[in-house]
Structures are given as C-alpha cells and as structure tokens.
Design a protein around this ligand. Structure first.
Ligand SMILES: [Zn+2]
Ligand SMILES: [Zn+2]
Length: 417
C-alpha cells in the first residue's frame, strides 16, 4: 500500500518539509497516524505494475481525435476570417475536426460548406444569442424560420428547437463577466465551456475599443502564457452543477475571430489560437472520410462526454486516458456512468511525466507524479482528473478530463437471498 498523499490548502502541489530530531519523530508519527486515517478513507494515487491491463485508452480500443470548438468566420459580424483560412490552420495544426459557430446563423451549413478539408473535418453549428447568454448549438438543421443577426431568442425556444432537431447545446463562456450565462434553472444544455480562450484574452482589455491594441501588444510579445490561467470560477460552477445531478459535458471553446491584423499579419490567427487550446474526443470508431458518419461520430463522442481539454501550448496531450477497471475488465471511460463495485480502480494515463490530481465531487483527494497512476475507488462519486505540466518554475494546468460518474449499484430486491 502506498502512502496517502498529504494535501495543503495553498495549492495543488504543496512542498513538504522535514525537520531533524524530536520534531522529525513527531512529524513522522503524525504522518503515520494521518496515513492510517487517510488510508481507510482514500488510498491515494499509486504507481501501477505494468502487467495490469493496457497502459492507455488506445489499448482499450479508443482513438483520440484532436479538434477545436467555437470558431467564427466572416458569417459572423465580428470576424473577417475565411473558411479556407480555418481549414489551412486546422491542417497546419494537424487537427482532426473543427466546430465552426458563427453568430446566429447557419449560412455556412446551408451553403454546403461542411465537409473534409485535407485531414480536418469542418462541421458547422452556431453560437446563438439568447436572453440568458450565448449557447453553442451543434447538429441544428434550421433556425427559427428567419435568421436574426443581433437578435436574441428566449432560451426555452432554443432548447425546444434543439430537442426537436436532435441538436446538442453547450453554454458558451458561462462566467465571462461581460456576458455570463444567467439562468441555470432553465438550462437543459448538454454541457458547457469550462474554459473559453476568448474570455481570457478579453480579460486583459476592459475597454473594448482598445482591445485590438492590447491583443497586439500581448500576442506580439508571445506572452500568451500570461493570459492563460486556471478557470477556477468555471470549474467551481461545473463541479456544483455535477454534484446537483446535472450531467454537463465540459468542453474548451477557442472563440477564435481572427480579426486582429498588423501590416497583413494575423496576430490572433486561427493557427495561433488552435495551438493553444484543444478538445480531444475519444471514440472506438474510426473516422471514414465521409461527412455523415464522421459527423455522427464527433457529435456522439461530444454528447457522451468522451472528451478532455488540453492546453496544447504546454505540449501535445494526445494519449491521455482516464478509465475505471475491475480486474482485467474495462468498466467505463471519462464521461461514462459506472456502477460502483468494491474492487473498482480508477486509472490515469498522462502522455508524459507530469503532476496528476484526482478529484471527487470537486475536492482534491489524491495527487502524484508520473505518467501513470491509479487509485482504488472506495466509494461512489463524481471523479475527474487535472494534469499539470511544469513550465519554467510553475505548474500549469495542461489537461482537464470529463468525469467518471461512479453510481451506487442498484439495490437488491427486498426479500431476495
Ligand atoms: Zn459569445
Ligand atoms: Zn463566440
């Protein structure tokens, strides 16, 4: 049995200090006692012997598709970007898919622009303005009869429309100070953006007319890392929704507009932003090169929450995995609901050496270094993983997984023996 991790309140990776002599003895005794107490509650994260099943989700038959979500083009009033530029950037970044979301329109879809462009599948949804905030819609066939750029629809109408058309809805930038999502009671969305890159870029620029200037200064200095921060408020909101029983899939929204150009050079170009934040989708199916089955594959993975976010500027996250296994049997992967059983283990596989943090119901319950860690799941709960990469002297949030929902097993029938 490995020792239980001790956790501080100052951050995910508290430094540990050891003192000689009597203090040391006291400290060790305290740690042993705390370890005993902790062990009965949670065994911590331990390294895995190599013989216990596949070492990655690929070994369980899952493919990892990398893409970006929430991209505007010239069909939005606030973007001059061209579809051909999106396609070129997606190919440059070796993305498998891009989800385009122009404001309040499906024009690109109706003009037949969806499809494969080189190695990237471009799918077209919309970012719909409602009276309670913005919502990304995927799989919508049609709007509400007319398209109203600048107009806002009641959210109930959008939810009804999406339900009728089998479309997926994701709340966009839910905690953006200038335009948050305002009504969680009415929301029947499939998920939310747990990180929106555009919000962090805008955060630096409270005066909208100075936005382009500030963009230029920060991005020209390549000081993007200063803009990226852990979305603590959105994560707290997400955990709260999950604990209240709302199955909300977490995605990353790039919110690319490609609108800042200096002397013909794209400061916030698609290629640059696509390299910062990605949403990976996992599927046991293979993309075929044909629009309809591939569109269904992408939307199915999104709906199931077989997804994780990555800040690709800290490294390629492809190969990350988080799953539940009992003995040699796979019980479920991130996004899945799994019946809890006493011998269930949660396994985390990072693409490389990094810091792994496991959370249950929004609370950190274990952390450890390594590309691969596991923990015994000693009770039901909502488990998710955060992976941190050391960049310079600091750990940066690198990967954010969707949760595995460990449910209480169905009770036996009364009188059953
Ligand atoms: Zn928006
Ligand atoms: Zn947007």
């Amino acid at each position: 049995m490995k020792s239980c991790s001790t956790r501080g309140v100052s951050g995910p990776f508290p430094r540990r200090h050891f003192y000689p002599g009597f203090l040391g003895v006291l400290l060790v005794t305290g740690l042993v006692l705390a370890g005993q107490a902790c062990r009965s509650r949670w065994p911590g994260l331990s390294a895995i012997p190599p013989e216990e099943g596949p070492s990655s989700l690929a070994g369980w038959g899952y493919r990892d598709y990398t893409g970006v979500i929430h991209v505007h083009t010239a069909y939005s009033p606030d973007s001059p970007g061209l579809l051909s530029e999106v396609a070129e950037a997606a190919n440059d970044r070796e993305l498998d898919y891009v989800l385009i979301t122009d404001h309040n329109t499906l024009r690109g879809l109706k003009e037949g622009n969806e499809g494969w462009y080189g190695r990237a599948l471009l799918l077209i949804g919309s970012e719909v303005s409602t009276t309670d905030g913005h919502c990304l819609a995927f799989g919508l066939q049609d709007f509400w009869g007319e398209e109203r750029p600048g107009g806002k629809m009641p959210p109930e109408r959008l939810f009804e429309l999406a339900k009728r058309q089998g479309a997926l809805l994701f709340i966009a930038h839910p905690t953006r100070p200038s335009n948050p999502w305002r009504n969680w009671e009415v929301s029947r969305a499939n998920g939310l953006e747990v990180y929106n890159l555009g919000t962090d870029l805008k955060r630096m620029v409270p005066l909208i007319h100075l936005q382009d200037l500030f963009f230029s200064i920060f991005l020209l200095r390549l000081d993007i890392s200063g803009l990226i921060r852990k979305p603590a408020d959105t994560l707290a909101l997400w955990d709260d929704l999950l604990i209240r029983g709302r199955r909300m899939v977490g995605i990353g929204g790039v919110d690319a507009h490609a609108r800042v150009r200096l002397l013909g050079w794209g400061v916030d170009s698609y290629a640059r932003l696509f390299g910062i934040l990605q949403t990976h989708l996992l599927s046991q199916k293979q993309l075929t090169g044909k629009l309809q089955p591939d569109k269904a594959l992408i939307y199915e993975a999104l709906a199931k929450g077989h997804a994780y976010l990555s800040f690709g500027l800290w490294g390629d996250a492809t190969g990350f995995g988080f799953w539940a296994q009992a003995g040699e049997k796979l019980r479920g992967v991130l996004g899945d609901e799994v019946d809890w059983e006493p011998n269930l283990r949660l396994v985390v596989a990072a693409p490389e050496e990094s810091r792994i943090v496991l959370l249950r119901d929004g609370e950190e319950i274990g952390e450890g270094a390594g590309p691969r860690r596991e923990a015994k799941a000693d009770r039901p709960g909502i488990y998710r993983v955060e992976i941190y990469q050391k960049v310079g002297f600091r750990y940066r949030l690198w990967i954010l997984s969707n949760p595995i929902f460990l449910k209480e097993s169905a009770p036996l029938l009364a009188g059953f023996h």
